[in-house]
Design a binder for this molecule. Structure first.
Ligand code: TXA
Ligand code: MG
Length: 322
């Protein structure tokens, strides 16, 4: 693809209005959501969605999440059953994506849906994302704004590092608040299935449903092809649930367990706060990777609450590269 001049704009009202014009004109705009930065394009046009894959160098056409400003806009694109509506009302705007049957005449392009008869919809809470979606006036397809195989960006600088010269503009809204991607929940029939753990904890979803949600199937790679095992990949190897540190290892700590170890080390949350750990996760993986260490030892992360999403991302980052 021919190189572009990528503009890094502070996300003030004038820049957001301009970014809306760029999106409507078929351009690529990276923008902050409360989870991670997204790489947005007009979801209704296959040719603009194709630019996302080219910029990210994504090897496959995985289905993408379409972002809209509110539930009313979402209901024009997808069919919401009682479970989907209850979850939308409880968690939107916020870090939840709902996969629902596509509405008849759904405006989201086949390419953004990867040919599926369902559609993934999200109403983000971040004020910049909200303002941009209203300015754009079209559903915005947006995967995380990183090159394929890299960890998701939580700062505008991460986006520039991966995509400078490949997209039209980056709206800088500061660091993101949640730090891991949205929880993806499929409401396609009687059962509700969590396809990807994320910023809304399973326990919160089950509280709203009043029952257990099904886990992603073992063949989730087929139902959600974007969830390739090694999707979130730093260059370094990750050694998870480390209880001691070996020579030359860098350390991704949690709760101060390895505070006394002499090594390149970042603590996701010295106080053991999982929300703080989620915010720091991707930035610290990038920083430890940049030290050139061959292995990053990762302290045990609890399984409950946001720990499920953090552990999921770490497991993907640790998976052998395909
Ligand atoms: O927090 C987030 O969700 C971020 C921000 C930018 O909103 N976005 C994000 O998008 O993480 P992405 O493209 O990295 O992840 C989209 C996931 C993929 O795993 C994809 O396979 C799944 O959503 N997905 C999309 N449509 C689907 C569908 N119809 N059925 C099943 N899975 C779907
Ligand atoms: Mg991603």
């Amino acid at each position: 693809m021919s190189p572009l001049v990528t503009r890094l704009l502070k996300a003030d009202p004038a820049a957001i209005a301009e970014a809306g014009v760029i999106l409507r004109a078929g351009g690529l705009v990276a923008f902050p959501t409360e989870t991670v930065y997204g790489l947005g394009a007009d979801a209704t046009r296959g040719e603009t969605v194709a630019k996302i894959y080219a910029a990210k160098e994504r090897p496959q056409f995985n289905p993408l999440i379409s972002h809209v400003p509110d539930l009313a806009a979402a209901e024009r694109l997808g069919v919401f059953n009682a479970d989907a509506r209850a979850l939308a009302e409880a968690f939107w705007p916020g870090p939840l994506t709902l996969v629902v049957p596509a509405a008849p005449g759904c405006a989201v392009s086949d390419l953004a849906r990867a040919g599926l008869d369902s559609v993934a919809l999200r109403v983000p809470a971040h004020p910049v994302a909200q303002a941009l979606l209203r300015a754009a006036g079209v559903p915005v397809a947006a995967p995380s704004a990183n090159r394929s195989g890299r960890v998701s960006p939580t700062h505008a600088g991460h986006v520039m590092g991966d995509l400078d010269g490949r997209i039209d503009c980056v709206l800088d809204g500061g660091p993101t608040q949640v730090g891991v991607e949205s929880t993806i929940v499929a409401c396609l029939g009687d059962d509700v299935r969590i396809l990807r753990p994320g910023g809304v904890a399973r326990e919160e979803i089950e509280r709203v449903l009043g029952r257990k949600a099904a886990a992603a199937q073992a063949d989730a790679a087929i139902t959600a092809p974007g969830m390739l095992a090694s999707h979130y990949a730093p260059n370094a190897r990750l050694r998870l649930d480390a209880t001691s540190i070996e020579k030359d290892e860098a350390v991704l700590d949690f709760g101060g367990r390895f505070a006394d170890v002499q090594a390149a080390s970042f603590d996701l949350s010295p106080t053991g706060d999982l929300a703080e750990a989620a915010v720091n996760l991707f930035a610290f993986l990038r920083a430890l990777d940049a030290t050139g260490a061959e292995t990053i030892a990762v302290a045990p992360i609890p399984h409950e609450g946001l720990g499920e999403a953090i552990r999921d991302r770490l497991q993907r980052a640790a998976a052998p590269r395909g």
